[in-house]
Design a protein around this ligand. Structure first.
Ligand code: ATP
Length: 308
């Protein structure tokens, strides 16, 4: 895979001097879904707006499809579709007209067949002649996506596509995004819903205070940083952790009926076998054992917390 979007040493200071982005470097591979995860005010929207040429960078270079977003703005922008956070649609317009109009703004010749295909893909085709004001919130969001796709972009930016959307609609949106990826569009979405990144992204970038803390393959991220916990339930409670188990850094539950052992799933040895032997040696009897994997949420909270 090759980078379709390349961000190099991007800095953005707003008027007044506030540095919303501090030397950001990011390559987005063609065909992937990249989720940019970060808390409120992290700089997600600023990053997207700057790549899309809506916000002017203070310094740094961004290319899209090899075109410089500043010196070759039009060529770069033609390759980009942007779905904004806010729903800003023309209420009295029909879906078809509204989407066709967006295409026209990019100077592309009318192509009803293409627009109808997009509407079909977004399950909006039966609403093509409906006025936008008659659509549900979920449908309006899909109209925004149709508009962003109207000029046949290769990269689609979705700024918080499911903010304030109920669980059902959120899952619908995830399916839409998966369908778009299947049709060959590269997708970058911002979210502060960890489960959203976990559900649909190929790679996850974590951004906080204007800095990208990491960008990594989702599965690798979870495997590398994920810790597993082994919860050992005991038949009888213990008041203190026996000396013979001191080396394991166990956590004792308040009721003394279970001990939790954390280990690295990627480590050469987990230490579980010797732990179980040692438990027996100190005379503890197991009732049950269970393992649990830390979620992306634990990883994310850990990363953002470590920031000074
Ligand atoms: N036009 C502006 N002028 C000055 N500061 C701004 C401007 N736009 C954004 N900021 C500041 O830049 C920082 C990053 O904002 P941005 O909207 O990029 O964050 P975000 O990660 O998208 O947040 P959210 O999840 O809340 O949308 C914030 O501290 C914000 O207050």
């Amino acid at each position: 895979m090759s980078a379709i979007v390349s961000v190099n040493n991007l800095r953005k200071a707003y008027a007044g001097g506030f540095e919303a982005l501090k030397s950001v470097n990011l390559d987005i591979e063609e065909g992937e879904i990249l989720a940019l995860l970060g808390p409120n005010g992290a700089g997600k929207t600023t990053l997207i707006s700057t790549i899309c040429g809506i916000t002017v960078p203070t310094s740094g270079i961004i290319t899209v499809g090899g075109f410089d977003t500043q010196t070759q703005f039009r060529a770069a922008r033609n390759l980009i579709g942007l779905v904004p956070q806010e729903i800003n649609l023309e209420p009295f317009e029909t879906v078809m007209n509204s989407v066709s109009f967006s295409r026209g703004l990019f100077g592309k010749p009318r192509n009803d067949a293409y627009i109808e295909d997009v509407l079909k893909q977004l399950s909006l085709h039966d609403k093509k002649d409906s006025k936008i004001m008659t659509l549900s919130g979920g449908m309006k969001r899909r109209v925004l996506i149709a508009k962003a796709l109207s000029h046949e972009p290769r990269v689609l930016f979705l700024d918080e596509p499911t903010a304030g959307v109920d669980v059902e609609l959120r899952k619908d949106m995830w399916e839409v995004v998966a369908g778009l990826k299947a049709s060959g569009v590269t997708i970058i979405l911002t979210t502060h819903y960890i489960e959203e990144a976990e559900a649909i992204a190929d790679r996850i970038g974590v951004i906080n205070k204007g800095e990208i803390l990491l960008v990594q393959d989702k599965a690798d991220l979870m495997a590398q940083m994920g810790q597993k916990q082994l919860k050992i339930e005991l038949t009888d409670s213990v008041d203190v952790i026996p000396d013979g188990l001191a080396t394991y850094d166990l956590e004792r539950a308040k009721d003394g009926l279970s001990l939790t052992y954390s280990y690295d799933t990627k480590g050469e040895r987990t230490g579980i076998t010797t732990l179980l032997n040692d438990l027996q040696k100190v005379g503890l009897h197991l009732k049950d054992i269970q393992t649990q994997q830390s979620s992306l949420e634990d990883i994310f909270v850990g990363l953002v917390k470590e920031e000074p």
